[in-house]
Design a protein around this ligand. Structure first.
Ligand SMILES: O=C(O)[C@H](O)COP(=O)(O)O
Length: 207
């Protein structure tokens, strides 16, 4: 029986995560901690005996670098990898580059939380989670899911909000449910899917 294995992993801490800046489509590299988180992610997957047949990542270097470091740990440095902008972080629009605490002081805690975590309220000039779902979900359905259903073991290295978009669909979360769903940096989530593409099991490798 095929495994129908799908692992989603948010990139390790980036330079802008450390500085607490809205990042979106900007392309900072990983911090030392981010590098360590990426390696730990690979070690955890290896410890579970997981191997992969194909990987997907975004067009941004923090996700690509996380994938490279994790695959080195797993012992699959040359795994076939597909990069696509549709897995990029949500575009944070006019907030990009601003400090998140400064934004809270300027617009208030509640407004900033709505921009960061609501389903359909976009930050000024940027993408809502709904807009992000509108590009990541078709990509998942057309390019990633068929590989999983064919029995390929799939690893996806991407971003907090592009992965929240997929988690919302996989875990059938409501717009209220996704509000509270946080993805930690460098923590793989291991899904096994049923033949009908719904989730059979989910295992968050935090801690
Ligand atoms: O783009 C960013 O700033 C982060 O990667 C995700 O930020 P968030 O947790 O504020 O959505």
């Amino acid at each position: 029986m095929s495994e129908r294995l799908l692992v989603l992993c948010r990139h390790g801490q980036s330079e802008w995560n450390l500085k607490n800046l809205f990042t979106g489509w900007k392309d900072p590299g990983l911090t030392e901690l981010g590098v360590a988180e990426a390696k730990t992610a690979g070690q955890k997957l290896k410890a579970l005996g997981l191997q992969f047949d194909i990987a997907f990542t975004s067009a941004l270097s923090r996700a690509q670098e996380t994938l490279r470091l994790a695959l080195d740990e797993i012992g699959q440095p040359n795994l076939e990898t597909i990069r696509d902008w549709r897995l990029n972080e949500r575009d944070y629009g006019d907030l990009t580059g601003l400090n998140k605490d400064d934004a809270r002081k300027k617009w208030g805690e509640e407004q900033v939380h709505v921009w960061r975590r609501s389903y359909d309220v976009p930050p000024p000039g940027g993408e809502s989670l709904k807009d992000t779902v509108a590009r990541t979900l078709p990509y998942y359905v057309q390019d990633i899911l068929p590989q999983v259903l064919q029995g390929k073991r799939v690893l996806v290295s991407a971003h907090g909000n592009s992965l929240r978009a997929l988690v919302m669909v996989l875990e059938r979360l409501t717009p209220e449910g996704i509000l509270k769903r946080e993805l930690a940096t460098g923590v793989p989530i291991v899904y096994r899917l049923k033949a009908d593409s719904t989730v059979e099991s989910v295992h968050d490798l935090a801690g």
